[in-house]
Each structure stands twice: as structure tokens, then as C-alpha cells.
Design a protein around this ligand. Structure first.
Ligand SMILES: [Zn+2]
Length: 275
């Protein structure tokens, strides 16, 4: 069955999040390795980990930890892997299956190619060191020095990796839309899916972040909305989610911070995309 989930914020412990996700009735979830209340990285806690693993083994398959934005793997000036390595340690002990990463910005590089090379060096190093976890690169929506906003970057990244089988991709619909990709009309959607196949490859897309966008097409500004509450609209997102070429891919909605009652409505919306 297709995995359907929500990005959840951690206010106390990761075990609490896993229990809450199970209560909500979602089949997967994503979380930052950051406590939303303290704004600090979550550190390993033996009891919390034991409780988390018990719940995750009983109720979940794939689980996604989202790397923080404090790491920029495409920077050539000061590669610093300390935070992402902390997150990878945490992910492995808590048995997350995937780490979702924004490729970052080519800081200090002469051109974007140099940034892509820095990213590939970082991934080659981290993949060797951390087994049993997939690295998921997500498309972003920023300007010229950002890596992975232009989908063509993923084609290049794939061709340069030592172990390309460990790297898969996440397509965020809100990011693609505000970067300037159009998939609202039926024809545009067909062409967009073709482009996804030529760049990420459909069989390498491991996750869709099905988000609507607060900002309009091409504005390169990132603010998510629940499907139907933004500029893309429910109908385009629904047909994207249910496209026969994409319908096997797990879906995660990343809503803005919501009261519990509204999270329950998001869960009900997810049920529409069950297959
Ligand atoms: Zn996303």
C-alpha cells in the first residue's frame, strides 16, 4: 500500500511523535532532528530511542528524517558535516530509513558546477560512512546559486556519484511551482512528468512532498500551504498525486504549524490518495 504521511514537529521526544503519528493513523511521517520548543538538535536518549523503535517496528515502514538547514553540502568554502553527521547517527539508532536533504547553495564557488562537485564529494563521503539509510535529495526553489532548484542538476549529480544507488530524490510540488515549473494544466503536467523522468528518473523518486504554495508561480519564495489552500490548487495537486506514473510513490504533506484538529483534516485528505 502507498505510504502516506505528514511532516510532524517534535515538541518533546521522538517517541512521542511516533506514538502521535500512529494515533493519527498515518502510515509514515517525517520530522526534523530538532526540538521545536528548544530549537536545538535532539540528542540520543536511550529510553526514548527504545520506545521509538518499539512503535516504529510495530507500525511503520519507511521513515524520513529531514536534515536541518544548518548544513550546506554544496558550499566549497567551509565544508562542515558535524550537524548532518549528528542527524545521521540519530537516524540510524532510531531506525529512520531515509534522510531528506536540500542540496544547498554553491557558496564560495566560481560557478554552480563547483557547488555540485562539493555536494557530490560530501555525499560520497557520507554514504560510505553511514550504511542502511537512503540519501534523498529534494528540489528547492531558490535563485542562481542554489543547487537542485533546476531539475537538470539532479541528472548531473547522479552521473557523478560513486554509489548512485544510495541516492534517491524527493519532488516538492511547492518548490517546483515557485521556482517556475508549470504543472497546473493537464498538458503542462504531462510535460513536467516527462522532465522529471529525464532528470531525476521516475524510478528514482522515492518521495513526493505534496505541498501547495502560498506564493505565486515563479516567485522563488518558499512558504507551504495545505493542498487546496494555495496558488497551485487542489485539482492540479490531486491529479499529480494520482498520475499513473507516480501513484506508487510515498506522499508526505508538509503543512504550516497547525492546531491538532486541522492535522486530523490533513490526514483525511491523505486518505483520498490511498491506493
Ligand atoms: Zn519539502
Amino acid at each position: 500500500m502507498r505510504e502516506l504521511g505528514i511532516h510532524l514537529r517534535v515538541y518533546s521526544t521522538l517517541a512521542h511523535v511516533a506514538e502521535y503519528a500512529h494515533q493519527l493513523g498515518i502510515s509514515t511521517f517525517q520530522a526534523f532532528g530538532i526540538n521545536q520548543t528548544t530549537r536545538k538538535l535532539i540528542s540520543y536518549d536511550r529510553d526514548d530511542c527504545k520506545n521509538f523503535v518499539r512503535v516504529r517496528r510495530a507500525h511503520f515502514g519507511s521513515l524520513y528524517i529531514h536534515a536541518s538547514y544548518w548544513t550546506n553540502l554544496s558550499s566549497v568554502s567551509k565544508p562542515n558535516y558535524k550537524i548532518i553527521e549528528h542527524e545521521l547517527h540519530l537516524a540510524q539508532r532510531y531506525e529512520f530509513t531515509h534522510i531528506v536533504i536540500h542540496p544547498g547553495h554553491a557558496t564560495g564557488a566560481i560557478d554552480r558546477l563547483e557547488g555540485i562537485d562539493a555536494l557530490v564529494r560530501a555525499l560520497n563521503y557520507l554514504i560510505k560512512k553511514y550504511a542502511n539509510i537512503y540519501f534523498v535529495l529534494e528540489n528547492t526553489c531558490h535563485g542562481i546559486h542554489a543547487i537542485g532548484s533546476d531539475l537538470q542538476d539532479f541528472f548531473l549529480i547522479k552521473s557523478k556519484l560513486d554509489s548512485p544507488e544510495r541516492v534517491v530524490f524527493c519532488l516538492d510540488t511547492a518548490h517546483a511551482f515557485v521556482y517556475g515549473y508549470d504543472f497546473v494544466s493537464e498538458n503542462a503536467q504531462k510535460e513536467f512528468i516527462q522532465l522529471l523522468d529525464q532528470t531525476m528518473s521516475l524510478d528514482r523518486i522515492a518521495l513526493i512532498h505534496l505541498n501547495d504554495s502560498h506564493y505565486g508561480h515563479g516567485l522563488k519564495k518558499d512558504r507551504h500551504e495545505i493542498p487546496g489552500n494555495g496558488q497551485i490548487g487542489y485539482s492540479a495537486l490531486n491529479s499529480f498525486a494520482m498520475d499513473p506514473q507516480l501513484y506508487r510513490i510515498p506522499l508526505i504533506v508538509e503543512p504550516p504549524e497547525l492546531p491538532e484538529q486541522e492535522l486530523i483534516s490533513v490526514k483525511k485528505m491523505l486518505d483520498e490518495w490511498k491506493i
